[in-house]
Design a binder for this molecule. Sequence first.
Ligand code: FAD
Length: 439
Amino acid sequence: MVSTEGLTGRVILQSSPGYDEARRNFNGRFNKFPIVIVYCEVTQDVVNAILWAHKQQLPFRMRCGGHSYEAFSNVDGGLVIDVSGLLRLEINREAGTARIGAGFRLLPLYEALWNQRVTIPGGTCRSVGVSGLTLGGGYGLLSRLMGMTCDNVLEVEMVTAQGKIIRANDNQHRSLFWACRGGGGGNFGVITSFTFRVHPIEHVARYKMTWNFAKIENVVRYWQTWAPHTDARLTSVLLLRAQNRDLISNGVFVGSEQELKQIMHPLKDATRPKSIEFHTTNWMNVVHIFKGRQVVQEKFKNSSAFAYDPLSDEAIGILIHNLQTAPGPTNLVVFDAYGGSISQVPTEATSFVHRKALFMIQYQSYWHEDTEADKNIRWIEKFRESMLPYTHGAYRNYCDSKIPDWPSSYFGENLTRLKMVKQMYDPENFFSFEQSIPK
Ligand SMILES: Cc1cc2nc3c(=O)[nH]c(=O)nc-3n(C[C@H](O)[C@H](O)[C@H](O)COP(=O)(O)OP(=O)(O)OC[C@H]3O[C@@H](n4cnc5c(N)ncnc54)[C@H](O)[C@@H]3O)c2cc1C
């Protein structure tokens, strides 16, 4: 049996009560059995875990919210360094900054920030971890106005491969700081806190539109030329659901309902929706509306791509064919509008590379019974492949182990510099997993 001497924090072994819950991935498609899980409560626990991993020479992973699509934050027969207990939060409203412990999940984080009427542009799902989200980019319903989550980071505190605590920002460890804004979690060290620029927020307006599936061609054709270019205060998403279910578009506008109605006119006139709703509400209500259900384990396979140009009629035809032949009624494709502040940041300014995309495409499939897994995974793979002639790359945070050229797909022209940073900060490839930055 492995000795846990040197580990501090809450240590869970295979024989400990609560082991089964502690080893669980958000994606129930995976079933992994680490030997030790250490819940770090202070930075020194992370340092001790890194030193212990060196001594034991066991594989290890770091984990925050555990939402990695491919369970990259978990490992059979090794150590999981869980940072979810790092929950210090210091908000300086006057300076417009917040130091945020690396263990926060999004809903409690938004709630704590809302108490001071500020926020960061993060993702929608309640239980996604701030660490994984931010390190890989981070997109949400305020992104066209405030940028990707990573664009709002001012500093990271990190425990390195040598067990040293360092801070990376625009003045020190600049390349590392660059790499931590889009290069993905798990590559260079364990982040223990982020300093973010925070944005005042109070009231917002939102809309929801629906159409019969039969209108899909017209809706996609029009939405893709409108949503990435409209007023940057509006972030719009489009849900294309399989098997002829209604199409849905939602959007959040940081401004008045009256203005939003004006901005929506072109989409409404061009596509004649079946229903349309507008609401004035506060930001926290929006968080609750889009936070998703409280699910423990969902079995799914997702993948992604970016549209740098509007999809041609041929591409839209392929999209429709794939949706109509989906193996399950809950499968769907989601378009997230880019443009606005996302595209104002130069491609090489952070390691998140897909700045010129008009929108991101996410292919999603869900199922309950294991017997349904293969056909869904195959559907996602075929769907992604059939769209390759019309799309670019893929999103690091929607990691997909079936993408053969994943380094260039995720990181494009920023891959070379990411490899250099890897060489500088982790020449031994201590932080290594299935899709870690190659040397
Ligand atoms: C239901 C759901 C909804 C989602 N919604 C959105 C969304 O709205 N917008 C969006 O952009 N993305 C979204 N995502 C994708 C999400 O951003 C990624 O899955 C992200 O990696 C999850 O972060 P995590 O901390 O929860 O996951 P984890 O599995 O804990 O970590 C993800 C990766 O980061 C590494 N990591 C974790 N903590 C640290 C740390 N402290 N230091 C260094 N590396 C670390 C892990 O080793 C792993 O490689 C969603 C995912 C799911 C499952």
